[in-house]
Design a protein around this ligand. Structure first.
Ligand SMILES: [Zn+2]
Length: 207
């Protein structure tokens, strides 16, 4: 985590307060926006839980201090002129006081459905292997899940070569689903794959 030290931020504007935008670490959905002063940022970095300066309470506010719906810090970074902060976090519950995941209503990023699918796979994982296909796959040795990804990968490739776009869409969906199950079995999430792609993009394709 490349954390900005509070000392490197520009605290000169707005009475020492910086906007702090919080995104869900898995699907990049904006969860909430608040303000941080130097101490709130320091406590966020120390504790790994997101702290704000509450303008209404006029004190440091640890998000979730009363509701328990804390925001676990994954990463935090400054903007270009170091007078705003963007943070990725994992929420322990609904972020908004209305009980919704986000303080903002409306469109979610396209890949957030992948996150929902992963949540569904997580829920099925502990199910009865006799009744749940996902539970059965995850109860089997890794070779079984790997075999499924191999088969679906081949079927996807064959569908593409055949020129049948409907078949390609269907086989690709099967491939992605089984890939998510394979990743989960090995302790990875799709966000880890996206992180890898983003890092390659930064390293290999400057500009
Ligand atoms: Zn809210």
């Amino acid at each position: 985590m490349s954390a900005p030290l509070p000392e490197t931020m520009d605290w000169s504007k707005d009475g020492g307060l910086l906007p702090l935008i919080v995104q869900h670490a898995h699907d990049a959905r904006v969860l909430m926006v608040g303000f941080a002063n130097r101490e709130a940022l320091a406590r966020t970095l120390e504790t790994g839980e997101v702290h704000f300066w509450s303008r209404s309470k006029q004190r440091i506010w640890r998000k979730g201090e009363s509701s328990g719906h804390v925001l676990k810090l994954v990463s935090i970074a400054p903007d270009c002129d170091r007078d705003a902060l963007l943070c990725q976090a994992l929420p322990a519950g609904p972020t908004c006081h209305r009980g919704t995941a986000s303080c903002f209503d409306g469109e979610t990023p396209a890949h957030s459905w992948l996150n929902e699918l992963e949540t569904l796979i997580d829920a099925r994982a502990s199910g009865d292997p006799a009744k749940s296909y996902v539970a059965r796959l995850l109860a089997a040795p890794v070779a079984r899940r790997a075999q499924k990804v191999g088969e679906e990968g081949l079927e996807t490739a064959l569908a593409a070569v055949s020129g049948d776009v409907d078949a390609l869409r269907g086989e690709a969906a099967d491939l992605v689903f089984h890939l998510l199950v394979l990743l989960r079995g090995q302790g990875l999430r799709f966000a880890d794959v996206l992180g890898e792609l983003a890092q390659r993009h930064r390293e290999d394709m400057p500009g």
